[in-house]
Ligand binder design. Structure first.
Ligand SMILES: Cc1cc2nc3c(=O)[nH]c(=O)nc-3n(C[C@H](O)[C@H](O)[C@H](O)COP(=O)(O)O)c2cc1C
Length: 194
């Protein structure tokens, strides 16, 4: 097996006790030994074309670099008003500009989410559509949809749903296999330039 894969993860919530941030940490614990997770901060200035002139704001530069150096991505999203939260959309905007560098282009991402009754299903559907515009590849399955988050996490942030833990582990196994598969092929990102 090749060297350890470096996965960059970010959660679409700035809340200090975010369930979605916890999901990333749990995913890190359940990753196969061939992977490691770096969690990136997406508390970024609101995207504004005027800010594109170099140098980029430091948090933006760090975020884009973190994504660029990763072998694969992991995004955990809450659902806000049937879509992804603005903070996540903003981070994705910063991955689409300034052109021509698209740091996420050609990278395989796994997505997961913890939320209310539908377990972020609508937000994840929107996220897949946006990821498409960034030329990201998104794993289809297994899906990780954590419904009624406040009932399935305990006060220490442990996820009490065994089936969900199994899906997270399976998703990490699939992410590793997918990234390694892509690494044997020419980078799709190199072939598609704006
Ligand atoms: C502004 C706002 C809108 C929300 N809209 C939805 C929604 O449309 N569907 C849903 O399932 N949950 C919705 N929620 C609940 C969040 O999904 C829930 O609070 C979740 O735990 C937030 O993720 P976090 O714990 O990572 O911060 C909403 C919460 C907020 C604050």
């Amino acid at each position: 097996m090749n060297e350890q894969l470096h996965i960059a993860g970010f959660a679409g919530s700035l809340r200090s006790q975010s369930y979605n941030r916890r999901l990333l940490e749990i995913a890190a614990e359940l990753m196969p030994p061939g992977m490691r997770l770096e969690i990136l901060d997406i508390d970024l200035p609101m995207y504004n074309p005027d800010l594109e002139s170099q140098p980029l704001p430091e948090p933006v530069r760090r975020f884009r670099e973190g994504v660029a150096r990763a072998d694969g991505l992991l995004i955990a999203t809450p659902e806000y008003n049937h879509s992804i939260p603005a903070v996540l959309k903003n981070a994705l905007e910063w991955l689409s500009r300034p052109l021509p560098d698209l740091p996420a282009s050609g990278k395989l991402a796994a997505i997961m989410g913890a939320g209310g009754r539908v377990g972020t299903a609508r937000a994840q559907t929107h996220l897949r559509q946006i990821a498409h515009s960034l030329n990201m590849l998104v794993l289809s399955r297994p899906e990780v949809l954590i419904a009624n988050a406040s009932a399935v996490f305990d006060e220490q942030g442990r996820l009490l749903d065994e089936a969900a833990l199994g899906f997270i582990h399976q998703q990490m196994v699939a992410l590793e296999a997918g990234v390694r598969f892509l690494q044997t092929r020419q980078s799709i990102g190199e072939m598609i330039r704006f």
